[in-house]
Design a protein around this ligand. Sequence first.
Ligand code: GYE
Length: 336
Amino acid sequence: MRKKFLSTIAFAGAAALTMAGCSSDGEAETPDDAATGGTETEETSDMLTVGFAQTGAESGWRSANTESMQEAFSEENGFELVFNAADNDPAAQISAVRNFINQGVDAIVIAPVVEDGWDDVLQEAQDAGIPVILEDRTVTASPDLYAAWVGLDFKAEGVKAGEWAVEEFGDEPTNMVVLEGTTGSAPANDRAEGFNEAIEGSSIETIDSQTGDFTRDGGRSVMEGYISNYGVDGIDLVYAHNDDMGLGAIEAIEAAGAVPGEDIKIVTIDAVKDGMQALVDGKINFIVECNPMLGEKAAELVRAAVNGDDLEPVNYVEDQSFTQEQAAEVIDSRAY
Ligand code: GYE
């Protein structure tokens, strides 16, 4: 905690030192030193206590992001991290942030589960003089209520995925099903918007779109439903808002006796280890990257905010994208 520790030298101890005529480290003590006995002295600790409200542990991306945050906000780097994972429950996440405010932390970092509903608690943090940094996802609340955001351009990710699909399917009539991320989350909203813009006027038709909550289980069970409604032959393409849901869809397609990546093509977003492996194995056809290594930048922003420095309010991290061939080339050198 970046607070001033007030320490009082016990009178009896000071008297004993005076009597011995030297301090505890053996240095000769002057009468002035002895005179400080019984008064208050100040020490300052530069450790910053930071509350981090993580969404939960829904995906491989999330695990990599949590790891990156824990590494950057380490004790060696001068942080005491108070970690909360909200299990993707927006109300639980808001109450975790309220707890951080009540604890009087030095700064708060939030990866907001959903975009809406943040105005009140962000105002409370501001009233308490606690700077807030957003990492990963965005909110609809006014940017005046938080110091800065670091993350990815989710809409651009959706556009890249959509452009790949348009190129892949050309003029062929294409039945697509979508596995959406958590309803109301920035990446689910923006990845849908970007993709839809990119496929506008193409031969790709969205025949169904439901949430799989960014989880592998969610992706599998929604895909099972799609297969039982439309049949394997009725689906040409799966657009999954993250790798984990795509991996769940692969399980459902294989369980139905079909070949993922061939009978049904798959495009996903994230490029985490398991997703990249499935791409190399030919089960996914294209992945747009979403970089989860945001810890260092978030820590830099927290320090600057606590120091009262001017901050760049919007901080984008670059993403790439991968075909199956490109994935095979880079898979061994990937950090996540
Ligand atoms: O793509 C997904 C996750 O907010 C960018 O959340 C993040 C998304 C990521 O759980 O896998």
